[in-house]
Design a binder for this molecule. Structure first.
Ligand SMILES: [Mg+2]
Ligand SMILES: [Zn+2]
Length: 195
């Protein structure tokens, strides 16, 4: 693919510390390298979108209003570091509802693409779980497993085959920065590195 136009980010365990059905703004804690990484990615001209499964709503653990309060907190923590997101897309359903938006479903990413004008194939989909990686494969994007949250678990790579493995969002920023500077136009080759 060409240099990506958007980075699609999982939320829990990828940008913020994984908490069991996080539902309160006070529980929001950015992971190391997130602010610095996102601001560098932003500076390269890429869009930043969150796509997150929030089945806690469908399970009745918290409301959409509580989720919005959490996202307000996330926006404000990122804004302090000078980072703005283009959107947060969430699935409120439980797995047994059989919706098309819950990752590995593709609807959240496709909707973001329509809203913001990017091709879902021209994305890097980042997450800490196999459902994130599978969602990225399902839209035809490049996939990156981050080794935070569930991604730090041993055996995670027996569940999924990401194109890239990164330790933090800052790692991804460094990869993208290197790729952007490459004279051939920074194409990504499956199974290997940027070329
Ligand atoms: Mg996650
Ligand atoms: Zn859904």
């Amino acid at each position: 693919m060409n240099f990506p136009s958007c980075i699609v980010l999982d939320r829990d365990g990828t940008l913020i510390r994984e908490r069991h059905y996080l539902s309160h703004p006070d529980q929001v804690e950015l992971l190391p390298g997130v602010v610095q990484g996102l601001s560098r990615i932003r500076a390269l001209g890429l869009r930043l979108v969150i796509a997150t499964n929030q089945s806690g709503i469908g399970r009745g653990y918290f409301s959409t209003e509580e989720l919005e309060a959490v996202h307000d907190r996330l926006h404000s923590l990122l804004a302090k570091g000078g980072v703005e997101l283009d959107g947060i897309y969430f699935c409120p359903h439980t797995p047994d509802m059989g919706c098309a938006c819950r990752k590995p479903g593709t609807q959240l990413i496709e909707q973001a693409g329509r809203d913001l004008g990017f091709d879902p194939k021209q994305t890097i989909v980042v997450g800490d779980k196999s459902c994130d990686i599978q969602a990225g494969k399902n839209v035809g994007g490049v996939t990156a497993l981050v080794r935070s949250g569930y991604g730090a678990r041993r055996g995670i790579l027996s569940d999924c085959e990401p194109d890239l493995i990164i330790d933090s969002i800052l790692d991804l920023a460094q990869l993208l920065t290197a790729a952007k500077g490459h004279p051939s136009g920074s194409l990504y080759e499956k199974g290997g590195a940027w070329s």
